[in-house]
Design a protein around this ligand. Structure first.
Ligand SMILES: Cc1ncc(COP(=O)(O)O)c(C=O)c1O
Length: 476
């Protein structure tokens, strides 16, 4: 067929001929076996040099769209792409494995609200970005990064810094070899599950609990069961006997805020021993304690190597940096590091190097000290509000750590509390109902109230709008 090529106003003539002929082949305008015009003929037709046409033909031939036979001409290949790629709908023909259609991933990432009372958000505005920029700037040069990839086992200087930091701040004694660097807790959960479990295995997580862990396990085809939490932490007697993995937040249960008692910790470790199960201890915000004796991590009680400790810099620094780590028993560490390597080689090297300096030069400890004072004030204000204006509606669950507290509704049911959060959002206050953290049990009626991202001076107004959102519902 006569193929029309337009070079009007074009600069890269050979490239343009190549693109237009390729599109004609892809869309079926030129069919398999059909002859292209000779280079001489097309050059004459387009008033360009024959060499330019030959360059385009060579490229088409190199990529397999056409085949040239000396003396006979150039023909569209049998195996040339059929169908216009431009016309492929976004839907396409590929389908994910069915489980991916059922992983209920968050709708929680709303834009910031005027009065931000959601959990999991630290005060990023007070992070020492100048220091971080300086440290990153030092690493962003060829002499610091080297010619290739970083160490697939994780940057040694960061593993050492984390080991020292854990010893000083949490009394956890680890060797750098036991540390796997991750892009936050989320990746840690993924790596641990991949190394320990197979699709169909049973995992138990606190209920209410941290939904992203549930999503990660769901996405790998695990069976996930929610296990109730009371004022002492996870109810160990309710653990399903077949669970291979138990995920807990013992220092500050997410989202209820309780601390797992010592008897429960011992019972959980015994249970794991008896059932040959692993425990993930997520120690996500334990840096921030506002009184009471610091509770040592579960890992420090573990004598049989069942606890895998997961730490994150999302709360103590900035979530978007995506930095965290796993401390695992030696027999698991090297498999975890291999799993990390095969999934993404390593966490960004400049980030790892800068973070090692950030820890070693004392910036992390300084920032945590400063933020502890700031968060303590906000924690007090929220706790007082729950003892005062909000006490008609909510009962505070005592908690002296982290970046949020939770409160149980006195009379409202879970649906009514959800309606309160919708009215609050309309009034500029973002806050989460406890029914937003369900695993498999009946959702509780109450609120999780974060104070990481709200200024102390905004708390009274935020609380009074939240109170009005309760009151406007009860007057209907
Ligand atoms: C229970 C819990 N674990 C861990 C994290 C941190 O996750 P990541 O390190 O993936 O940012 C959060 C953040 O909100 C959390 O609430």
């Amino acid at each position: 067929m006569e193929i029309h090529i337009s070079l009007v106003g074009r600069k890269d003539l050979a490239g343009e001929i190549y693109r237009q002929l390729r599109a004609a082949i892809a869309s079926g305008k030129l069919r398999a076996g059909e002859a292209l015009p000779s280079t001489r003929e097309l050059a004459t037709r387009l008033s360009i040099s024959r060499g330019t046409v030959a360059t385009a033909y060579d490229r088409l031939s190199g990529e397999g769209f056409v085949t040239s036979h000396v003396g006979a001409g150039t023909f569209v290949s049998e195996w040339a792409v059929r169908g216009d790629p431009q016309a492929v709908t976004a839907d396409g023909k590929l389908r994910p494995k069915p489980l991916w259609e059922h992983v209920p991933v968050a709708t929680a990432f709303y834009p910031p609200a005027r009065y931000e009372l959601r959990t999991g958000l630290p005060d990023v505005s007070r992070f020492p970005f100048q220091v971080w920029r300086r440290l990153m700037g030092r690493e962003l040069r060829a002499s610091a990064l080297g010619p290739g990839y970083g160490n697939p086992l994780g940057e040694p200087s960061l593993k050492e810094a984390i080991a020292r930091h854990l010893q000083a701040s949490r009394g956890v004694a680890v060797t750098p070899e036991q540390v796997t660097i991750t892009n936050g807790t989320q990746e840690a959960i993924d790596l641990i599950a991949r190394v320990l479990l197979s699709a169909g295995d049973h995992a138990a997580i606190e209920d209410p609990g941290y939904m992203p862990v549930r999503w990660a396990l769901d996405a790998m085809g695990m069976r996930v069961t929610g296990v109730p939490v009371d004022e002492h932490g996870l109810v160990v007697d309710a653990l399903p006997a077949s669970a291979r993995l138990v995920y807990v937040t013992p220092s500050h249960q997410y989202p209820l805020g309780t601390v797992m008692s010592l008897p429960r910790r011992v019972a959980l470790l015994d249970w794991a021993d008896r059932h040959d199960a692993a425990i993930i201890e997520d120690d996500y915000d334990s840096e921030f304690r506002y009184g009471g004796r610091p509770i040592e991590p579960l890992r420090t009680l573990d004598t049989s190597g069942r606890v895998i400790y997961v730490g994150s810099f999302s709360k103590s620094m900035v979530p978007a940096l995506r930095a965290g780590f796993i401390v695992a028993p030696p027999a698991l560490s090297s498999a975890l590091q291999t799993a990390k390597f095969v999934s993404d080689w390593h966490t960004s090297l400049p980030t790892q190097l800068a973070l090692a300096h950030f820890i070693d030069e004392g910036h992390l400890a300084r920032h945590i000290r400063k933020m502890r004072g700031i968060y303590a004030e906000r924690h007090n204000l929220i706790s007082q509000a729950l003892a005062g204006p909000l006490s008609r509606h909510l009962t505070l669950i005592p908690s002296a750590a982290g970046l949020h507290v939770s409160a149980i509704a006195r009379t409202a049911c879970a649906e009514e509390v959800s309606a309160v959060t919708r009215r609050a959002l309309a009034a500029g206050v973002a806050v989460q109902p406890l029914s937003g953290f369900p695993v498999t049990l009946t959702p509780r009626a109450g609120l999780a109230i974060g104070y990481g991202a709200i200024e102390a001076s905004d708390i009274p107004e935020g609380i009074s709008r939240l109170s009005r959102a309760f009151d406007s519902g009860s007057s209907r």
